[in-house]
Design a protein around this ligand. Structure first.
Ligand code: ZN
Ligand code: ZN
Length: 574
């Protein structure tokens, strides 16, 4: 099934290129791969493609579908291939990239031929590409390199059935409505001042900061309960430390490095928290009795990613990780992994996320002994099975320094996000000479587990905004309740109740604008505030408020004291 849809979409990308070339013969073709949920094709074109062009291209594609051309494969020598691709410089460049030993294959449909290695394969003829739709266009550098020319990428998709295409387009529309950048603006959560401050750097506004704080405080309490000890490490450290950790050798292009009075080598702004945690572990002699040592930090890191790849909270250059490092003995590894799996489960179930686990094993190039890899992988396997979790095993996909577990969560729209990573590391303990004294008074190297659950707080909040469409649950809502006085004479009563709510730790506001009640309620609803408390004469005389809930509507009048107790319970996350 998966293969069939890939073959359909792959063939549809040829049809797209054929249609564009018919309409705009001067266009130069880039590549046209299948991606998740669809496909794209890159073109060098004198101007931007318009909505109008989309319609014409779709019309032409329908014609090609109707004519039902067969796809026919043929191969050519390099010389002949270059001739065949006369006038298509990008395709010619691709031919030159193909190793001498490999065959150069083409697929022909009607008058159109495309250089194509046939992976995934194709459907037999152009009538079988399914129901398709052009979705959008964006700029894309040739071969993803910003020194190359910018091409125009046309995104499209196809499905076997019309109903499937419609369901997908509806989902896209819903996702657009839930776009965290849009909701973030509307709810005044965050701002990114790309022009004034730089791209990918997040400014949390008061409402967003409340959201971030609620999430962090809850996460912190969960970590403490699970035996983690919170630390804080500096944002900048000597480059010597990055040299020792290997980041300078492997990660330098992503690091911000600046001069420093203390030495020639300067300081690096941390792109990761790990080396700092290694130092904290190594500051004293450790006994096996102390292990496991579980260090945790809300560590803010900066990575010098390309400006063009930034996207709201999803791709940023500065972000805070819920980062932890567990130092344990090999014998403790299995239990530690079980604990981490259970921990992740308790975090994700809070938001109603379903999740899937991927277990990534030893790659071809790796460090660490065979025995260490075997022991680590078998501990992971045992932990996964004892935790009663299904995992997909992907051999060869682990890091060169150890096997890892990746979690993918599924949001309310059925989209998948990779957040959590649990990584075993044979490398850093060595580089930092980490040790502990075992029960025979001998020095041993501890096993190191890196793990982050949310991954990036910024990105996770972006996911939450879209998951909830901004309708955060009570405990996360920046403003949990708004008091709506019917007229000015009820302001004092409202203010008194506001103080009661605040004393009870509830994030509440009083709407004392001179507006109609209806308008105040509408505004509160637009701001996605969970509770509205309307107060008038009746409420004043009975020490109560009229409760209206964002999702459940009117709940009638409730006494103030009863309500506060109820809200305290609802807001208690532990
Ligand atoms: Zn093809
Ligand atoms: Zn780490």
């Amino acid at each position: 099934m998966i293969n069939k849809i890939e073959n359909m979409r792959h063939t549809a990308s040829h049809v797209l290129a054929q249609a564009v070339l018919r309409l705009f013969p001067d266009v130069k073709l880039g590549i046209g791969p299948v991606i998740q949920d669809g496909f794209y094709y890159d073109f060098l074109f004198g101007r931007e493609f318009s909505e109008d062009d989309f319609l014409k291209i779709e019309e032409e594609m329908h014609r090609i579908v109707k004519d039902d051309y067969k796809l026919e494969k043929f191969t050519l020598s390099r010389e002949k291939a270059l001739e065949e691709l006369e006038g298509q410089p990008f395709k010619q460049e691709l031919v030159m990239d193909i190793p001498e030993s490999e065959e150069i294959s083409f697929y022909k449909q009607g008058e159109f031929t495309d250089l194509c290695e046939g992976k995934p394969s194709h459907v037999a003829s152009t009538s079988q590409i399914g129901k398709f739709k052009i979705l959008s266009t964006s700029g894309a550098y040739w071969k993803g390199n910003e020194n190359n020319v910018m091409l125009q990428r046309i995104y499209a998709t196809s499905f076997e059935k019309k109903s499937e295409l419609k369901a997908y387009l509806d989902k896209l529309k819903e996702a657009e409505k839930r776009d965290h950048r849009r909701i973030g603006q509307k709810l005044n959560l965050f701002e990114i001042f790309s022009q004034d401050a730089g791209s990918g750097l997040v400014f949390w506004l008061p409402q967003g900061k409340k959201l971030l704080n609620s999430l962090m405080e809850w996460s912190r309490s969960m970590h403490v309960k699970d035996g983690y000890r919170e630390i804080e490490t500096p944002h900048i450290v000597h480059t010597n430390l990055w040299e020792k950790s290997g980041h300078l050798a492997n990660f330098k292009d992503f690091m911000f490095i600046c001069p420093d009075d203390e030495g020639d080598s300067g300081v690096g702004i941390k792109p990761m928290n790990c080396p700092g945690h290694m130092l904290v572990y190594s500051r004293k002699r450790r006994s096996y009795k102390e292990l496991p040592v579980k260090l945790m930090e809300f560590g803010t890191v900066y990575r010098n990613e390309k400006a063009g790849t930034m996207h709201g909270l999803f791709r940023v250059r500065g972000f805070t990780q819920d980062d932890a490092h567990i130092f344990c003995t090999f014998d403790q590894l299995e239990n530690q992994i079980i604990e981490v799996l259970n921990f992740a489960e308790s975090i994700f179930s809070k938001f109603g996320f379903k999740w899937k686990l991927f277990f990534k094993g030893r790659p071809d190039k790796s460090i660490g002994s065979d025995a260490a890899w075997e022991k680590a992988e078998s501990s992971l396997k045992a932990a996964i099975s004892k935790a009663g979790i299904d995992a997909e095993y992907i051999p060869g996909d682990g890091a060169f320094y150890g096997p890892k577990l990746d979690f993918e969560i599924e949001d309310a729209l059925g989209r998948h996000w990779q957040c959590t990573t649990v990584q075993i590391d044979f490398n850093l303990p060595d580089r930092f000479n980490l040790s502990y004294v075992n029960s025979n008074d001998e020095e041993e190297v501890p096993v190191l587990i890196h793990r982050a659950i949310f991954g990036s707080m910024e990105r996770f909040i972006g996911i939450l905004i879209e998951h909830y469409a901004g309708n955060f649950p009570f405990w996360l809502s920046p403003t949990q309740a708004i008091i709506v006085p019917i007229s000015e004479k009820h302001f004092d009563y409202g203010r008194e109740f506001l103080n009661d709510l605040k004393s009870a730790g509830i994030r509440a506001k009083l709407d004392d604008r001179n507006e109609k009640v209806g308008k105040k309620i509408r505004d509160a609803e637009l701001n996605k505030v969970p509770y509205m408390f309307v107060v008038g004469d009746r409420e004043m005389n009975s020490s109560s408020v009229s409760v209206r809930h964002r999702d459940d509507g009117d709940r009638g009048s409730v006494s103030k004291n009863e309500l506060i107790e109820e809200l305290k319970k609802e807001g208690n996350v532990n």
